[in-house]
Ligand binder design. Structure first.
Ligand code: 13P
Ligand code: SF4
Length: 303
């Protein structure tokens, strides 16, 4: 407690010295979310990175998020507390494989989930997040869509839009772990609760949802709902904002495995240290960043 207080004080001082803002994804540890200037899902944080006047952005999330911030704000310094915080789903798609698919479907548009590397975004027509995937797909005038890398979100969006989609076989190790059995067990235990679920979960699990949406959409839904009890089908860090918004409601995470180990690599101590040393910084080669920026900016323009 005492140590955290000292770290928080040091952080405030460093933020001023470095003219820095701290962006934290909802899956970060509570001790990080507590000190963030903005908490959000992938979409909101990308928007904040693009808009900020601060000289330094500390991105508390996983590597692809820091990369997207750097691409959108190339003249800023972008720091991440620990560069080992990767996303296994982002690593499931490679440039050669995507190029092969593009060659096989020359008329298709490539839609890439933001959970991907800068190199993949550079091969992409438009990016999306789970918050705007349906709108992004609907904004396109294309017969056929190549979708990378999340097969679960891809199938969900395909069902919603009815578009012809060629779907890559990637998935989120954390969300994909949730099973129908887990959900039935929780529903039996908490019969009054509504089940809210992220579309990165398997289709058969998503089908059980009373509400399906991105992390922010889930948080908004639970805050507004008259219901007092929820079974939550997304990463456990979301509990911080859910409980903050609605201290009188109960939130039961649908499985004890809904914890992304990559997101938890960051902690308050590392956050302070990265601002102290100004390391590790995110670097994206300019040629890649310039191409990737087009696909991210197109996404930000979809209303
Ligand atoms: P959102 O932030 O878009 O809900 O995505 C979830 C996720 O898995 C981020 O890594
Ligand atoms: Fe990647 Fe899933 Fe972790 Fe998000 S929750 S960073 S998609 S592994």
């Amino acid at each position: 407690q005492e140590q955290n207080r000292e770290l928080r004080e040091r952080l405030e001082q460093l933020k001023k010295e470095r003219n820095a803002i701290i962006l934290a994804h909802y899956y970060q540890r509570d001790e990080i979310q507590e000190v963030a200037d903005f908490r959000g899902d992938s979409f909101l944080l990308a928007q904040k990175a693009a808009e900020t006047d601060a000289e330094t952005i500390v991105f508390c999330g996983v590597h692809f998020m820091g990369e997207s911030a750097k691409i959108l704000a190339p003249n800023k310094t972008v720091l991440i507390p620990d560069e080992r915080a990767g996303c296994p789903m982002a690593d499931m798609v490679n440039v050669d494989g995507l190029r092969k698919l593009k060659a096989q479907h020359p008329n298709a548009k490539v839609v890439t989930y933001i959970n991907s590397s800068a190199e993949i975004k550079a091969e992409t027509d438009i990016c999306c997040t789970s918050a705007n995937a349906v709108r992004v797909i609907e904004s396109l005038d294309a017969e056929e869509i190549i979708w990378v890398p999340d097969k679960n979100l891809g199938r969900y969006v395909q069902e919603k839009t009815g578009k012809k989609m060629i779907i890559w076989e990637g998935y989120c190790n954390t969300h994909d772990m949730l099973t129908v059995k887990d959900v039935y067990e929780m529903k039996a235990k908490y019969p009054e609760a509504e089940f809210v679920v992220h579309p990165e979960c398997r289709p058969e699990v998503v089908a059980l949802g009373d509400f399906v949406g991105s992390t922010t959409a889930i948080i908004d839904y639970c805050r507004r709902s008259d219901r007092k009890e929820f079974i939550v089908g997304t990463e456990d860090g979301t509990g911080y904002q859910l409980r903050k918004d609605s201290p009188d409601k109960s939130f039961h995470f649908a499985s004890k495995f809904l914890v992304c180990p990559n997101m938890k690599v960051n902690n308050l101590k590392k956050l302070v240290k990265c601002l102290e040393t100004m390391k590790p910084q995110i670097y994206v080669p300019q040629a890649i960043a310039d191409k990737a920026r087009i696909s991210l900016e197109r996404m930000l323009q979809v209303k």
